[in-house]
Ligand binder design. Structure first.
Ligand code: 5GP
Length: 182
């Protein structure tokens, strides 16, 4: 498939995503073989990662979604989290794995981990498709990480810019002209 004309560089290819999801899926399946696993996707961005990751799980699990939004500028996290859609199931005694598209400042995930433990989850771990190197103010405990990328804005595989580019099957960097024309 041709690369989208707005993409300057592909940073993670479709093949790399497929291979890494298989590896992460195998590790998660082993770790949760005898546990009551609930995978929680953070909408909208994590939906692509969650669906590919869970296709690689051989253990039993259920899925729920949460939508949060951080206030503020289009391509910077503000750290203020607002719940737009809450979970449908209780967390009491469940082993939760949060599937997240990207860990930037980590503020969204820090908030969610605290929130889920407060609802009585037995454990809360994180699977992040991308970790942005050096973007976190405090260390955050990431059990499963797909790819470590430089601290720059990326799109594709669920990640958007102004709601566009989520469907790209790879992760890439936008041309600067896209921001200038916005
Ligand atoms: P954090 O709270 O870790 O700073 O940010 C989490 C959310 O900000 C991500 O789930 C994602 O929606 C958005 N975000 C952070 N970095 C990027 C990026 O490089 N590209 C895109 N498209 N979204 C990002």
């Amino acid at each position: 498939m041709a690369i989208h004309p707005d993409i300057e560089k592909v940073l993670v290819t479709e093949d790399q995503l497929r291979e890494r999801n298989a590896q992460l899926g195998a590790a998660i399946s082993a770790d949760y073989a005898d546990k009551d696993l609930l995978v929680i996707g953070v909408l909208k961005g994590a939906a692509w990662f969650l669906s590919d990751l869970t296709r690689n799980l051989s253990c039993d699990f259920t899925v729920d979604y949460m939508a949060v939004s951080s206030y503020g500028a289009a391509h910077k996290s503000s750290g203020v989290v607002r719940i737009m859609k809450d979970l449908e199931v209780p967390l009491e005694g469940r082993h939760v794995l949060i599937a997240e598209d990207i860990l930037d400042t980590g503020l969204t995930l820090k908030y969610l981990v605290r929130n889920f433990l407060g609802r009585g989850a037995a454990s809360v771990e994180i699977a992040a498709c991308v970790l942005k190197e050096g973007a976190q103010e405090e260390a955050i405990d990431l059990r499963y990480v797909g790819f470590v990328l430089a601290n720059e804005f990326v799109v594709g595989y669920g990640l958007d810019y102004a709601q566009r580019y989520r469907g790209l099957p790879y992760i890439g960097r936008l041309r600067s002209s896209v921001y200038q024309n916005a």
